[in-house]
Structures are given as structure tokens and as C-alpha cells.
Design a binder for this molecule. Structure first.
Ligand code: GLV
Ligand code: MN
Ligand code: MN
Length: 418
């Protein structure tokens, strides 16, 4: 087994490299929802799924799902992560979890499972193209709201048309949903995207919970005017007002333990050197493991934004406010994962996730667990993302052993309850 797993881990690394080449920008990894390079990713991933004995399909939300069919099973266990990226991404966020899951299926070949095993490459986790995260997993969990189909991207293409242009049917999104009683659970292997496992010198960690997240779209409206002739006094500069909020957001998060708050994008209109900015739209991302702390912080930041706008003669409006509450891993799935880690790798590090994952949306409807892999350097959403191949070996072995353990456990529970 160790020799085989070494080869599989090397293969996972080279497949991550190969998918990194599927990008809409040369020299950078950028793969947004329903973009052209996602077709190339699907061609490769479905081929690799077939080689691992899975039957792949693309659902109408653009998720790539390969099934290891169990002849006697009624229910499925889902395992995987996402295939989209942020602009200028690293090569492992999301992709690594999908490819490690495929590799675990190779290790399982010949083992019969009492459930179908569905390896999922979710189509959209990052929320870049339509400013809305978790679209693929929302379709699978049944949380997809059909009004989202009217959202438009930066080129004014609506999601409905983008889905059609990709060769799929937006009217069939509801068919992507798995019923709660046909799913045993969802397991997501993922790069840690932080420094904890590296500091503790551990190859893998077991996630206990994921931080809640508020994503807001905010607009500051002032008045545009001539940059050379308008007096400096009395200007209503929307960028000056929003810059005050950007600073307050950073300072508030530094003051409040565990709070992460980020203004990640800012659009200035008319956005030209010789015109006073009349309108600024920005995004605000606020996260904390404790939901009330996050909610209070968001209220404070909104109030501070209004004060900054008033002080500059502008108006501020919250255009959109989406929330994902913090979520706990399923006790049973997570403790079996910890047991597997301690039997086959090391004493498990139990840890919380500050990053969002498809497991947030899946966990709202199905039992979920997450396995983290050590992240050398801990830098993510950045080309410098790295993993150690030796840790990938451990990750694949743990996943395969975990699936066997879950099989035994599931059979026992089914027998006891039948
Ligand atoms: C996803 O990567 C997120 O945490 O925003
Ligand atoms: Mn990410
Ligand atoms: Mn991710």
C-alpha cells in the first residue's frame, strides 16, 4: 500500500499542475464559474474519475460528479471540494480535495462499499463571478434560490445565460438536489489555508467547525465634478468617504479578537483621473466563529459607514447582505475521522476553519466532516500555495481508511436498525 500511495500522491501533484494550466489568464490561475477553462477541467477530471472506476456526469449547475456505484446501496456518501478558483489563485485550493478523493477511490478498488460514493468537484465555491459563493453546493444541497439566475457578472451576462452557454439547462437546477434521506454525509478534504498544522508539525487536521461569514455590497453616493475647478471645500467625494470605512474595518478587526473583516473590492465611478469620484461600490467580508460577535461587528461597521458618509456629504446604502452562520462538523463523522487519523497517521489536531468551504452549505442540510492538510507557508488565494507530497500520501491513506471505517460503521448501524 505505501508504494501505491506514493505513486498516487505524485499523480495528484502532477494533476494539480495540469489543472493549473486550465486558466482564462496566461501566467495566472483564474478559473471562474462556467468559464471556458472549466470545460477543459471537466474533460480531464471526468477522465481521471473513469480511470478510478467512477461513472462521471456534469449536473445542470456545472458540478462534476463521479459515482462509485454500490449494487446494494440506497444512500450515497459525498466527498470532494471545488474546481473554481479566485483570480490569481494557487493550484491547490479546492482542486487538491477533489483529486485526493479520486485517488482514495483508486486505493479502494476491489473494496465493496455499502453506500454509493459520489466524488464531487463543485462548480463554484469562491463567489467571484456572480458575487455569490457556494453556487454548486447550494444546487446539490437544495439551497439554490432560482432568483439567483438573474444575477449578472461584470460583463452584464446573467447566470441563466451563462449556464445555457456552458451547455446546461438553468431550468433543471432543481434536479441537482440530493434528498436529505439519500445522503449519509459530506466529507471535504482541503488545504488548511493557514499556519496551524505547520506550527504543530502535523500533516493533517480534523475540522470541528467553520466560521460564520457576512458578505455585504455597499454603495457610497456623493457628487462627481471637475477635478480642476471644483473647490476643495464642500466636495462630496464618495471615495474619501469609503476610504474612511476601509480603515475603520481594518481597525475594528484588529481590536476584536477572532474577528476578520476585509474590504476586498472597490469600484470607483466614473473612475477617471480628472473627475471627483461620485459613486463607490465596495464589498465587505466579515467572519467570526461566534455568530453574535460577527453580527454585532457588522452592525457597528454599517453605523460607522453611515457616519463616514455623513461627514463627507455623501450617502451610504447597503445593497446586499448575505449571511452564512458558523457551522459545526457532525460529531459522529468527525470523531470517526479523528479515530482514523490517530490509527493511521498521528494524534489528530482538532481545529476550526476561518475559511469558508462548500462544507458550510452542505453541512446545513447533511452531516459533514472536513480533513485539513498541512499548508507549508500558510499563504492561500495566492500563487505561492504549496503542499508536501508526503502529506498528500498521508491524506489519501487517511481518506481511504476512513471510507472503510465508515462502511463498517454504516453496516453495523443499518443492521442494528433494520
Ligand atoms: C473561500 O475560499 C473563502 O473562505 O472565502
Ligand atoms: Mn478559496
Ligand atoms: Mn477552497
Amino acid at each position: 500500500m505505501p508504494v501505491d500511495t506514493q505513486r498516487l500522491a505524485q499523480q495528484v501533484m502532477s494533476r494539480c499542475d495540469e489543472l493549473a494550466g486550465c486558466s482564462s489568464e496566461s501566467g495566472r490561475i483564474t478559473r471562474l464559474y462556467l468559464s471556458e477553462p472549466m470545460h477543459a477541467v471537466h474533460t480531464r477530471v471526468t477522465e481521471w474519475m473513469r480511470l478510478a472506476g467512477l461513472s462521471p456526469r456534469i449536473d445542470h449547475a456545472g458540478n462534476c460528479i463521479g459515482r462509485l456505484t454500490s449494487p446494494t446501496a440506497e444512500k450515497a456518501l459525498l466527498i470532494g471540494s471545488h474546481l473554481d478558483t479566485v483570480p490569481g489563485a494557487g493550484r491547490y485550493d479546492g482542486v487538491l480535495g477533489v483529486l485526493m478523493s479520486v485517488a482514495a477511490c483508486h486505493l479502494l478498488s476491489g473494496t465493496s462499499l455499502p453506500f454509493h460514493l459520489d466524488v464531487v468537484g463543485f462548480s463554484e465555491e469562491e463567489g467571484v463571478r456572480f458575487k455569490m459563493p457556494y453556487l454548486g453546493s447550494s444546487a446539490v444541497s437544495g439551497a439554490f434560490d432560482p432568483t439567483w439566475l438573474d444575477r449578472t457578472d461584470a460583463n452584464c451576462i446573467c447566470m441563466r445565460d451563462a449556464i445555457k452557454a456552458f451547455g446546461l439547462s438553468p431550468d433543471a437546477i432543481a434536479d441537482c438536489k440530493y434528498a436529505a434521506d439519500e445522503v449519509i454525509g459530506f466529507v471535504e478534504p482541503h488545504l488548511e489555508q493557514g499556519p496551524v498544522l505547520e506550527r504543530l508539525d502535523s500533516p493533517v487536521g480534523v475540522v470541528t467547525g467553520i466560521a460564520g461569514q457576512s458578505r455585504l455590497r455597499i454603495v457610497f453616493r456623493g457628487e462627481a465634478g471637475h477635478a480642476g475647478t471644483s473647490p476643495m471645500e464642500g466636495r462630496r467625494d464618495a471615495l474619501v468617504a469609503s476610504a474612511k470605512l476601509v480603515r475603520i474595518v481594518r481597525d475594528e478587526a484588529i481590536r476584536s479578537s477572532g474577528l476578520k473583516a476585509t474590504v476586498g473590492s472597490l469600484q470607483v465611478a466614473p473612475g477617471t483621473p480628472n473627475v471627483i469620484p461620485g459613486c463607490v461600490e465596495l464589498t465587505l467580508d466579515v467572519r467570526h466563529l461566534d455568530d453574535p460577535t460577527r453580527e454585532t461587528a457588522v452592525e457597528r461597521l454599517i453605523a460607522a459607514g453611515h457616519r463616514a458618509a455623513d461627514a463627507e456629504g455623501c450617502r451610504m446604502e447597503v445593497l446586499e447582505h448575505n449571511v452564512h452562520h458558523s457551522i459545526q462538523a457532525d460529531d459522529r463523522l468527525a470523531s470517526l475521522l479523528s479515530e482514523t487519523v490517530s490509527e493511521h497517521a498521528t494524534e489528530p489536531v482538532l481545529m476550526e476553519s476561518g475559511a469558508g468551504h462548500d462544507a458550510v452549505v452542505m453541512g446545513e442540510r447533511f452531516p459533514m466532516a472536513m480533513l485539513f492538510l498541512r499548508h507549508p507557508g500558510g499563504v492561500s488565494h495566492h500563487p505561492d500555495e504549496r503542499v508536501n507530497v508526503e502529506d498528500v500520501v498521508v491524506g489519501i491513506e487517511v481518506l481511504a481508511e476512513y471510507l472503510k471505517k465508515l462502511s463498517g460503521h454504516y453496516q453495523q448501524v443499518s443492521l442494528n436498525t433494520s
